[in-house]
Design a binder for this molecule. Sequence first.
Ligand code: TXA
Ligand code: MG
Length: 315
Amino acid sequence: MKTIVTDSAEEAARFIREGGTVAFPTETVYGLGADVFDEFAISKIFAAKQRPADNPLIAHVGDVSQISQLADSIPERAKAFIDRFFPGPLTLVVPKSVDVPPIATAGLDTIGVRMPAGEITRAFLKASGTPVVAPSANVSGRPSPTDWESVLEDLEGKIDCILKGEPSRVGLESTVVDCTDEIPVVLRPGAVSIEQLREIVPETLPFAESDGTPARSPGMRHKHYSPKARVILIDPADVRSASAGRNDLAFIGLGQPPENASVTMIVDSTEEYARELFGFFRLCDRKGIGTILCETVPEEGIGTALMDRLRRAAE
Ligand code: TXA
Ligand code: MG
């Protein structure tokens, strides 16, 4: 299969309308999309990514009015989140419409719905004329792609089209909030923080404090976000001692890198750290780095999501 790379939202959308697979930019990470109502097109996403069939996909809309095609009902608390955070880096899990094929949601009776921001993204979704289901556009288990070149690296020849856009502004996948129960539960932390969610619905809980079983968020069972290199999390105060005597070393963080690190990235803020992390993992893999030292950050705001991804990469 030849993969067409284009900067035309209209050309990319044509592939969706004709039952193809298209990688497209969003503010979080790049997604790999297909028409939510086309089972065969969706099966091509799972094949290209080598994604386990028990991991449900997120449906992306270009307009709030499309949500009614996906959801059986929209709970009041979900409506409140939509009013405040759409378009943005937030996915809401709501009861699924019977019209959505089971392959899209891994057989669940719920569906994750998100309206991404960004001009080219919105133009692409509108021109597609249908909600677009999309996981992150990486081969399963690799770091999510935050620029179109990373999509090409993983999926060239396996998908129909890549819509070229800017590198992703956030750099970590969306916050996923289960809105099917009385009390919303954050299944995956992201750029919309629990502090912000609680300004709208004060009862909102992090997954660890809910009575939820891991089955509630199937994707979180799978290994994620890992570079080939070993990832070690390190308190800023301990960087020097941890690095002594190591070769093939890389460093990312807010402070000073150890002298023997051959690939380094110093960031100015937690936001920049989040934006750069997955691209840095890929760079380290290309350079054959053996160990990546990642500085830890305080768990507040996007720091919660960043620490979640760092811990998964270090597992
Ligand atoms: O930022 C993002 O969310 C990106 C962009 C492309 O939108 N997408 C993304 O998709 O990260 P993916 O497939 O890599 O991760 C989707 C996550 C998984 O953890 C999955 O289990 C969860 O969302 N999810 C999707 N639908 C769900 C549902 N109905 N119930 C519970 N969890 C769900
Ligand atoms: Mg993913």
